[in-house]
Design a protein around this ligand. Structure first.
Ligand SMILES: Nc1ncnc2c1ncn2[C@@H]1O[C@H](COP(=O)(O)OP(=O)(O)OP(=O)(O)O)[C@@H](O)[C@H]1O
Length: 596
C-alpha cells in the first residue's frame, strides 16, 4: 500500500473566494489564490510532485502593518523554523506535512477544508483590507468556559461594565451574528442549557457535518459559526501569569510553565507559534479548545482551565504536568539501554490502565483522540519524588506488582506515584460525523488510511497498543515499509518481560479487523491488566458501601419488628438459630405443668 501521497479534500461553494486573498487583498495579487481542483472535488496540493500550483487560501498571512514587533518576530521565527514556507500562497500545514512525510513521520492527511476562519460561506466576508482588532472587542472573551476561574469571570464582568454594558447587551442580543461560540463537542443537554432551547443530538451532529458548517443556522438556534479569534482578542498572558520557563515546542505551539499571579498555581500555557486568527490553524486550535473544554474533567486527560486569543495568537491554559511527556521517558530509557531501557511489568500495566481509563472516558463522550502516542501522554508525579524515572524504577523493581486500578471517581490526592494523562487534543473528533485529521503514521491503523472511519474508537485502541509496546522496550516503530505493514497484519513481537496474557492483549488490540479489537471498556476488565482478586480502591469502596447499605436495611427491619412485637421478638432472639421451640414441640399450644 502506498502511504505517502497528499490529498486535501475540498468542497468549493458556489462563488467561493479564498478568504486570505480577501482579507489580505491589499498585499497579494489574485494569482496567489489559484486553486487546482481535481475530479471529485479533490485538491492536489503537492505542487512539486505534480506540477500543479498549491492553493493559497491556507496562507496565514497577516499584514505586517498591523502586527506588533513581537508578533512579527513570532511569525518570522515561524518562517525561519522551516515549518512553513514564506511563499505567498503556500499552505503552511501542507508544507509541514510534506516535510514530515519526507522524514517519514506522517501519513497523508486528508484534511477537510473549509473557510479557514469561520467555517462558513466565504463570500460574505466584506471585501475590505484587514483591519486590526478594535479596542471594544477586547472586552469579549471566552468567559463561558467551564473551568475559567471565578476571579477571571468577575474581572471580565467588571471590564464589561466599564466598557459599556448597554452596548454589549445590544451586541449579545444582536440576531445578526454569533456572540459566543457553540462547542460542537458538547452534549445536547449542555447545549440546551447554553442556548436555553431544545436541540436534539441529530441537530448537534448535523452541526458537525461539512455541509451544515456552511449553512446559515435556523433562526431559533444559536449560530454554530465561530467568532473570529480577532474579534475576541484580549490581553491576559502578562497581566495574569508569570512566565517561569519554556516546557517545550510542538508542531503548532510552544508550551510555557506559568504561575497565575492570583492563585499562585502552575499551569502549562500553550501559545500558538504564529498568529492563528484567520489562518488554517484557527480551526485546529479551536478544535483543541472545544475538545479540552468537554474532556478536561477526567483524571487521565490533561485538565483544561481556559483559552483566549491575544494578538491573534491562541492561548490554552492547561494543567501543568510535572513529569514531562512519555516520549521523554522512552528516550531516556533508550539511552540507558538494557533491561533498564524499558518500563517494567508493573509500570507498563499501570501505564496501560491509566490510558485505557482516559480513552474509556473520551469514547464515552462520543469522541475519539486519533493521535495517541508517547509524545501526547503526560506524567503527573504526585507526592514525593518529582523524578518520574526514579519513581518508575522504584515501583517497578522493589514494590513488585504495584498495580492500583484507579477509576473515574478516584481523587488525585489519593494517588501516589505517577499518573498518566492523555493530552494534545488537536485531532479529537466526533465518532458520529468525524472530521478526521490523521495523526502520527507510526501509531496509525491501516483502516484510517483507507478512509474507513466506521470504528474510530478502535483506531485509538490500536495506537494505544503501539504506544505501550514502545514504552515496554519494543523499539522504534516503523514509519513505512514491510515492517509497517507486518504490524498492521497483526504481527507484533512479544515483550519478553511481560506475561503471555499481556502480549496477547496487545496483539488483540492491533488486529487487522478493527471490530475485533477490544474496546476500552473491555480492556479495563481484562485480567491481563486487572488480575482476579486484585481490587481497586474504588471497587473496594463500592463493595464496602454496598455492605453498609445491606446492614442498614437489616437494622431497619429489626427495629420495625421490635416495634411490632417486642416480647415475641425478644423470645425469638433468645432461641438458638434454626430451632423454634425446645419444649412442647409437638403440642399446638404451650401448657404449664404443676409439679406438686
Ligand atoms: N500540560 C503540560 N505539562 C507539561 N509539559 C507540557 C504540557 N503540555 C505540553 N508540554 C510540553 O510541551 C511540549 C509541546 O507540547 P505539545 O506536544 O502539546 O505541543 P503541540 O504544538 O500540540 O505539538 P504537536 O501538535 O506537534 O504534538 C511537549 O513535548 C511537552 O514537553
Amino acid at each position: 500500500m502506498e502511504i505517502s501521497h497528499s490529498r486535501l479534500r475540498f468542497k468549493p461553494k458556489p462563488g467561493f473566494q479564498p478568504r486570505e486573498s480577501l482579507f489580505s487583498a491589499s498585499l497579494h495579487s489574485d494569482s496567489d489564490s489559484e486553486i487546482c481542483e481535481h475530479q471529485d472535488g479533490e485538491l492536489n496540493t503537492s505542487g512539486s510532485s505534480t506540477g500543479l500550483p498549491r492553493p493559497s487560501f491556507f496562507s496565514p498571512i497577516v499584514s505586517s502593518e498591523f502586527r506588533s514587533p513581537e508578533e512579527t518576530d513570532d511569525a518570522s521565527s515561524f518562517w525561519d523554523s522551516g515549518l512553513c514556507s514564506p511563499t505567498p500562497g503556500e499552505s503552511p500545514r501542507s508544507r509541514h506535512q510534506q516535510e514530515r512525510r519526507a522524514n517519514g513521520t506522517t501519513t497523508p492527511i486528508p484534511l477537510n477544508l473549509y473557510d479557514s476562519d469561520d467555517g462558513g460561506p466565504i463570500g460574505n466576508v466584506p471585501q475590505t483590507p484587514y483591519t486590526p482588532p478594535h479596542k471594544k472587542f477586547r472586552s469579549l472573551r471566552l468567559y463561558d468556559t467551564p473551568h475559567t476561574p471565578k476571579s477571571l469571570l468577575q474581572k471580565a464582568h467588571r471590564r464589561v461594565t466599564k466598557v459599556n454594558r448597554a452596548k454589549l447587551g445590544q451586541r449579545i442580543l444582536d440576531p445578526r451574528g454569533p456572540q459566543a461560540n457553540v462547542n460542537p463537542f458538547t452534549s445536547p443537554e449542555k447545549c440546551l442549557m447554553h442556548s436555553g432551547m431544545k436541540r436534539t443530538r441529530a441537530d448537534l451532529d448535523s452541526s458537525m457535518t461539512e455541509d451544515s458548517m456552511d449553512e446559515e443556522p435556523p433562526e431559533d438556534l444559536p449560530s454554530c459559526k465561530k467568532l473570529a479569534l480577532r474579534e475576541i482578542n484580549t490581553s491576559r498572558y502578562n497581566e495574569e501569569f508569570h512566565e517561569v520557563c519554556k516546557l517545550g515546542d510542538g508542531e503548532f505551539g510552544s508550551v510555557y510553565k506559568c504561575v497565575n499571579r492570583l492563585d499562585g498555581c502552575s499551569y502549562a500555557i500553550k501559545k500558538s507559534k504564529m498568529p492563528v486568527a484567520g489562518s488554517a490553524y484557527e480551526r485546529n486550535a479551536l478544535n483543541e479548545v472545544y475538545a479540552h473544554a468537554v474532556l478536561g474533567k477526567q483524571l487521565h486527560v490533561v485538565r483544561y482551565y481556559s483559552a483566549w486569543a491575544e494578538n491573534d495568537h491562541m492561548y490554552i491554559q492547561n494543567e501543568f504536568c510535572n513529569g514531562g511527556s512519555l516520549a521523554d521517558i522512552v528516550a531516556e530509557h533508550r539511552m540507558q539501554g538494557g533491561t533498564e531501557g524499558r518500563f517494567h511489568e508493573a509500570d507498563l500495566k499501570r501505564l496501560m490502565m491509566h490510558l485505557t481509563l482516559g480513552l474509556r472516558y473520551i469514547h464515552s463522550q462520543g469522541l475519539v483522540h486519533l493521535d495517541i502516542k508517547p509524545g501526547n501522554i503526560f506524567l503527573q508525579c504526585t507526592k514525593g519524588d518529582n523524578s518520574p524515572i526514579r519513581r518508575l524504577s522504584e515501583s517497578g523493581h522493589e514494590s513488585g506488582l504495584d498495580l492500583e486500578i484507579p477509576s473515574d471517581d478516584d481523587q488525585m490526592d489519593e494517588e501516589v506515584g505517577v499518573i498518566y494523562k492523555i493530552g494534545d487534543l488537536g485531532h479529537v473528533t466526533s465518532t458520529v460525523h468525524p472530521l478526521v485529521e490523521e495523526g502520527d503514521c507510526r501509531y496509525l491503523p491501516a483502516e484510517i488510511l483507507r478512509d474507513d472511519f466506521s470504528h474510530l474508537p478502535k483506531a485509538d485502541i490500536f495506537s494505544l497498543a503501539l504506544t505501550v509496546f514502545e514504552a515496554g522496550g519494543g523499539g522504534d516503530l516503523p514509519k513505512n515499509g514491510p515492517e509497517w505493514h507486518s504490524i498492521r497484519n497483526g504481527n507484533l513481537p512479544d515483550l519478553d518481560h511481560m506475561p503471555p496474557a499481556f502480549n496477547l492483549m496487545l496483539k488483540d488490540m492491533i488486529k487487522r479487523v478493527p471490530a475485533e479489537r477490544p474496546s476500552a471498556v473491555m480492556l479495563v476488565h481484562n485480567t491481563a491488566l486487572c488480575p482476579p482478586g486484585l481490587k481497586s480502591k474504588a471497587q473496594l469502596r463500592r463493595e464496602l458501601n454496598a455492605e453498609k447499605f445491606k446492614n442498614e436495611i437489616l437494622k431497619k427491619k429489626l427495629e420495625e419488628a421490635q416495634k411490632k412485637s417486642p416480647l415475641a421478638l425478644s423470645r425469638l432472639q433468645m432461641l438458638p438459630a434454626g430451632k423454634s421451640r425446645l419444649i412442647g414441640k409437638k403440642v399446638n399450644r404451650s401448657m404449664s405443668t404443676q409439679l406438686f
